[in-house]
Structures are given as structure tokens and as C-alpha cells.
Design a protein around this ligand. Structure first.
Ligand code: PLP
Length: 386
């Protein structure tokens, strides 16, 4: 049979794998431990930190969607990032983008301060700065595209090729788009990872992570570390995430359709200074996004005229949008990156990354577009008066 479409792969993740009872949906295995058949005769699983059937099914399904070999499910998105860092040793160099997720930035900078590795922070759109960073022969290059929260896009294929040429491993945070919209392993990356807390689960009711490798040996090495340091994900979260994953392509289609409408509405609104959304033709990397992505995602951010006072008035008057961290759930969320998602970055780093006090980030949900626009429209009137 020819390779299945992603809608089929997602909907059929774990279907019909139960050999014992013929359960159609992959069962939830909560047991922490598994009996041996006899002396030194192990079954497929022995202890749930090391391996769990429900977690394995979720990991394999994501690996299939990302077109990799091995899917390692972790307890959070941050533990997936931490797992990556088991690949580097004291003295190795690690290159990260200056505008990555605040929690990732915090982890990289604090571990580098402890001397675990040398950190090089660059604007990866700046070819010269990137070339200088790569000239130091790093062990690992992290890419996050679109970036959080300014939705900047970098060329995964070009950066991966340059990083490979100096012997670096390339890992891409694909949390903002999901494999429905972007497949970094097909563009030359070695590793792709997600906070499954976001789109993959899609219902804001778990925290989790997953890391997929292209190469099986690298996958085995990382799976070994995940067990060794004890950061594998729970069976119950894997069960929920596998359930959420089945509708991922459907959800992404609706998320994206709503997002382009919201971006266009905001771009023409007098209360707004600037909108950051790769789907708008005036986005500086609009063409690159068209090339490497299958759509533009549903995350956007914008600068309000009127500074923090305008932001406060907007937040106080929204009723459909929830003021909360996180993204990728079916419900629309709004946040203030400087004091929320990126509070882990000091103010200087925020300024260097272009995160201002009047920047607002939206995760566009799958509600009816008319209700989303109506809520934004009435609340923006208050922010204009602030
Ligand atoms: N990567 C990105 C792009 C994120 O937005 C987040 C969380 O917001 C993470 C990683 C970390 O994931 P988690 O919160 O599940 O640990």
C-alpha cells in the first residue's frame, strides 16, 4: 500500500493493536511494573519508566507523522529540551536562536552558566552571525521556526545543510506548527521535538513532550537517557495525547482558517501598530513560510498602540479569549509574552529578541470566526480609549 496521508495516520494511531481483547482503541496501561515470564525472561515491557505500551503507541504515532524512526515521549516539552542536552558534554558548543521560547532560553543559559557547555545565542536570520557561530564547530544547533512570540521564520533546509557541513546535530522545535504544517526531518534536521501540551494534544489538559529522531541509533541513545534520568511521560497523558492527535489535521485546518481572518482583521485595525503573522504578505519571510510550510499556523502576535495601558484595557474587556499561558488548544488564548511566557528571559534579552511591553500573543482557537472577531473588536475599542 502507498504511504498513507497524514489524516489517515493520525486518525488510525494505535487502532486495532490490542491482541488480547480486540479493543479498537489503544488501551491505557497504567501498571507501573510487568511480570517476567520466568527467571531472567523478560517480556516486551518490564518497568513503566523504561517502557510503557500506551506511551510507546503515542511515540510511534508521532514518529510516523514526523517521518522519523523513533518517538520518545517525555513528561513535558521542557524535559524533551533537557533530553536533547544529554547529547552535549562539557566544552561542547551549542547554538540557539536569540528569540526561542523563554523556558528553553532559561534552561540553556543557566546550564551554560554552570559550565555544562558553551552557549552561542544568535539571530539565525543574520547569515554572517550564523556563519560565525557555525565556524566554532558546535555539537548541537537548535532551530525554532516560527519563533515564539514574534513568528520569525528561518530556513530549516539551509541552516541544516550548513550545520551538517561542520558536523553539528540539528534539532527543531516544531511545537508552533505540528507535522501537519511542517516536517523538519524532511528538510534535513536530525531531531524534531514538541511540547505536546500544545497542538498535538490540542485540548489543554496535559503537559507533555515528544522528541523524534531520523536515525534509529540516535533514537536509542536518547531513549536510554530518557529512562536513565527518569523523564519519560505518563501513560495517562500519552493516552490523552494519542486521543487528541487523531483530530490534529482537522483542528489545524480550522485553526489556520481562523488565524488568517484574525490577522487580516488586526492588520487593518486602527488600535494596532503591527501584526506578526507569516500568512500576511507583508511578513518579511512570507515566501519562505510558503516554501517550507504547508500553511501558516494559528499563532500570531501584535503590538498595540498605547503601550501597557492599552494592553491592560484589552485584556480586561475580552470575554471569549482567556488570558493564559500556553497555546494550541481548541480555545482561543491571549497572553503578554514579556510578563508571561518569556518572563524567564531577563529584560535585556527580551529587548534583544524584540519583545516589547506592548506585544500581545494570540493562540487562535477553533471557535466560530465571527465570535472571535466580535470579541476582539469590542475589546479593542476599550484599548483605544486607554
Ligand atoms: N517549546 C515551545 C515553542 C513552547 O511554547 C513551550 C511551552 O510553552 C515549550 C517548548 C515547553 O513546553 P512545556 O510547557 O510542555 O514544558
Amino acid at each position: 500500500m502507498s504511504k498513507q496521508h497524514i489524516e489517515t495516520q493520525a486518525a488510525r494511531g494505535g487502532i486495532n493493536i490490542d491482541q488480547h481483547h480486540g479493543a479498537v482503541v489503544a488501551p491505557l496501561h497504567l501498571s507501573s511494573t510487568y511480570s517476567l515470564k520466568g527467571f531472567n525472561e523478560k517480556r516486551d515491557y518490564d518497568y513503566s519508566r523504561t517502557g510503557n505500551p500506551t506511551r510507546a503507541t503515542f511515540g510511534q504515532t508521532v514518529a510516523e507523522l514526523e517521518e522519523g524512526t523513533t518517538g520518545i515521549v517525555t513528561s513535558t516539552g521542557m524535559s524533551a529540551v533537557h533530553l536533547l542536552l544529554q547529547l552535549v558534554s562539557v566544552g561542547d558548543k551549542v547554538v540557539i536562536p536569540h528569540d526561542c521560547y523563554g523556558g528553553s532560553y532559561r534552561l540553556f543559559t543557566f546550564l551554560a552558566k554552570k559550565g555544562n557547555f558553551e552557549l552561542i545565542v544568535v539571530d539565525q536570520r543574520d547569515e554572517q552571525a550564523l556563519a560565525q557561530a557555525l565556524a566554532t564547530k558546535p555539537k548541537l544547533v537548535l532551530i525554532e521556526t516560527p519563533s515564539n512570540p514574534l513568528l520569525r521564520i528561518v530556513d530549516i533546509q539551509a541552516i541544516s545543510a550548513k550545520a551538517k557541513a561542520v558536523g553539528a546535530l540539528v534539532a527543531v522545535d516544531n511545537t508552533f506548527l505540528s507535522p501537519v504544517i511542517q516536517k523538519p526531518l524532511l528538510l534535513g534536521a536530525d531531531i524534531v521535538f514538541h511540547s505536546t501540551t500544545k497542538y498535538l494534544n490540542g485540548h489543554s489538559d496535559i503537559v507533555g513532550g515528544v522528541l523524534v529522531t531520523k536515525d534509529q541509533t540516535l533514537g536509542e541513545e536518547l531513549a536510554w537517557w530518557a529512562n536513565c534520568i527518569g523523564i519519560t511521560g505518563s501513560a495517562f497523558d500519552s493516552y490523552l495525547a494519542l486521543r487528541g492527535l487523531k483530530t490534529l489535521p482537522l483542528r489545524m485546518a480550522r485553526h489556520q482558517e481562523n488565524a488568517i481572518n484574525v490577522a487580516e482583521f488586526l492588520a487593518s485595525h486602527p488600535a494596532i501598530e503591527q501584526v506578526y503573522f507569516p500568512g500576511l504578505t507583508n511578513h518579511p519571510q512570507h515566501e519562505l513560510a510558503q516554501q517550507q510550510q504547508n500553511g501558516f499556523g494559528a499563532m500570531l502576535s501584535f503590538e498595540l498602540k498605547g503601550g501597557v495601558a492599552a494592553v491592560k484595557a484589552l485584556f480586561a474587556n475580552l470575554s471569549l479569549f482567556t488570558l493564559a499561558q500556553s497555546l494550541g488548544g481548541v480555545e482561543s488564548l491571549i497572553s503578554h509574552p514579556s510578563t508571561m511566557t518569556h518572563a524567564g528571559m531577563d529584560l535585556d534579552a527580551q529587548i534583544a529578541a524584540g519583545i516589547s511591553q506592548s506585544l500581545v500573543r494570540i493562540s487562535v482557537g477553533i471557535e466560530h470566526i465571527d465570535d472571535i472577531i466580535a470579541d476582539l473588536s469590542q475589546a479593542l475599542e476599550y484599548s483605544q480609549q486607554a
